[in-house]
Write a new protein. Sequence first.
Length: 430
Amino acid sequence: MESVPSVAGQQLTDAELAWMKVPKAILAQHSPIPAVVISGRLAHCNRCSADFAVAKQRLPSGAVYCPACITMGRVTDNDRLWRFAAAPAVAKPIKMTWNGALTSAQERVAAELVETYDARSTRLLWAVTGAGKTEMLFRVLERALSDGQRVAIVSPRIDVILELAPRIGAAFASVALAVRYGESGPVPVTQLLLATVHQLLRYHKAFGLIIVDEVDAFPFSSDPMMELAVRNASAGSVIYLTATPGNRLLREVRRGRLAVSYLPRRFHGQPLPVPRVRIMKQPAVVDAKVRAIISRVMKTSAKMLVFVPAVVHLRPVQQALAQMGINSLTVHAGEPARKERVNALRTGKVSVLVTTTILERGVTFYNCGVVVLQADVPIFSTSALVQMAGRAGRSREHPDDPVEFLCTNYTRTIHAAIQQIKMLNRKDLP
């Protein structure tokens, strides 16, 4: 039976099909399955593959709903799920419109990624921040797209997708690309999808290549449903990307269950900036000592990121910067204009962004210093501190942008982050 071009490879509810205005004549050619199946005291969700207790998820109407994937719209045992077969791949040569050059180390990794795709297997690309992970993907993307395969590049973080979309679009200008996150809803099929991981819940065996960027980031690192979403949507190879792999991925590598490509050098070959730790009584307050540190960073960097542990700290820090004559904006997960504010720093409309950990990864600014206030608070994990420090030194012209960790106590977490950065700087390329 032929698949439906506009919904091929997707799995959608009745409500989503109505939203897309899929003709009834098309639906008449397919048979839906229950969205939620009840078996005794347990229920299974066919959309996200979660299993859960019936008693805890029953609505007043008596229907049982899945709690795991509710962010994508509630499904119950009264709902139906329509799965549409993926369209067959039709090979068509695709020429990337990127004319840059890779280093020899990047060439090695790019070749390993193509081998992984050809073998329909899985690989971890472990590369330091600023190593050029995006550019190393171009060759495998060109191969998969030329084979007629559908490709998904996903991440747990919206900001990562927003950062990647224009770069991928510029490198493959002739390929139809869709960018989906938040409450965007289902969309007609394109060959190349950039989306948050949750969006994969709308697909079933649809992609010949899935690339998961920042795989260690919340919530992917702590939510098994997201891993299931990737597996269910994959019909081929999966490549994971990160600069700070978690213990689970490293165990898989050590046990030989997951192939790894390792790149401990940035594209410009210079070491990662090592944070300078400043012990002070009130690192949350922008007093004379903190102002002096910020001023020194601003003298050597055209831009600056100031990380704070919570939204409540954003405004006071911004006001303190204004008193210093520094124009800044604030960014956090709930900020509706954060795309525009990030762009304001990139284009020089402001010189500082005061941000939560939402910008700890996936964004690139050149000649950008980093200051972390209250670096010793528990919410800043070792990987978070490494990622925040990794926003600095990303250009060939300014590889040693300053990084300042301000804290009351020199914690094990801070020590581990600095030791990890130093370890990466000592590593030799294979």
